[in-house]
Design a protein around this ligand. Structure first.
Ligand code: 5GP
Length: 186
C-alpha cells in the first residue's frame, strides 16, 4: 500500500520500483476524466458515476473514496486473484481507502510518501501543468490533513527528497517486511 499527496511522486516511485521487483499494480476505477496521455485499463478504468455506483452496489470494490470531487475505487477481483496466486500486489490509493484496506488486510505494509515540505509540493503540482490553481489549493489542503493523519494509518513514512533515494527506502521497507509475501492469505 502506497499513499501520499498528489504531486508527491508516487507514480515515479512505483515505476522505478517495478524495475527492481515483481508485483501486480491494482488499476483503480475512477470517475475522474483522463489526463492527457492516460490510458483506460492501464492508468485507470475511467467510468462514469452510474457505472461506478453499479460497481459499489455489486460489491465489486475492495474500498472506495471520494477525492477532489471524483470517486476512486479498487476493483476487488484482480486483487483477490493475485493474492490467491501468491503474487505481491501494490495499491496506490488515498488515505480514506487505505484505512479501509487496513481493516481488510491488517498485515499489509502501508507506506506514506511525504513531500519535503508543502511549498515544494505546490511547486511540483504547478510544474505538472495539468492541475488548475483551485485544484492545487484543494490538494494542498488535503495534503496537510493527510500528513497529520498519516501516523494513525501507516507503518512508515518516506520523504521523497530525491527520487532514487525514496525508491531505495521503499524497496528496503518491503524487503525487511516478511509479511509482505501475504502469508496471511495462504
Ligand atoms: P489522481 O487523480 O491524482 O490520479 O489521484 C488522486 C488520488 O486518488 C491519489 O491520492 C490516489 O492515490 C488516489 N486513488 C487512486 N486510486 C484510488 C482508489 O482506487 N481508491 C482510493 N481510495 N484512492 C485512489
Amino acid at each position: 500500500m502506497i499513499s501520499g499527496p498528489s504531486g508527491v511522486g508516487k507514480s515515479s516511485i512505483i515505476d522505478l520500483l517495478g524495475r527492481r521487483r515483481t508485483f501486480r499494480f491494482s488499476v483503480s476505477a475512477t470517475t475522474r476524466p483522463p489526463r492527457p496521455g492516460e490510458r483506460h485499463g492501464v492508468d485507470y478504468l475511467f467510468v462514469d458515476r452510474a457505472e461506478f455506483e453499479a460497481l459499489v452496489a455489486a460489491d465489486e470494490l475492495l474500498e472506495w473514496a471520494e477525492f477532489g470531487g471524483n470517486l476512486y475505487g479498487t476493483p476487488r477481483r484482480p486483487v483477490q486473484t493475485w493474492l490467491e496466486e501468491g503474487e505481491d500486489v501494490l495499491l496506490d490509493i488515498e488515505i480514506d481507502g487505505a484505512r479501509q484496506i487496513r481493516v481488510t488486510f491488517p498485515t499489509a505494509l502501508f507506506v506514506f510518501i511525504a513531500p519535503p515540505g508543502l511549498e515544494e509540493l505546490r511547486r511540483r503540482l504547478e510544474g505538472r501543468g495539468d492541475t488548475s490553481e483551485s485544484e492545487i489549493r484543494i490538494r494542498l489542503e488535503r495534503a496537510r490533513r493527510d500528513l497529520a493523519a498519516a501516523p494513525e494509518v501507516f507503518d512508515a513514512l518516506v520523504v521523497n527528497r530525491e527520487l532514487e533515494r525514496a525508491v531505495d527506502l521503499v524497496d528496503a521497507l518491503i524487503g525487511s517486511d516478511g509479511r509482505v509475501d501475504h502469508a496471511d492469505t495462504r
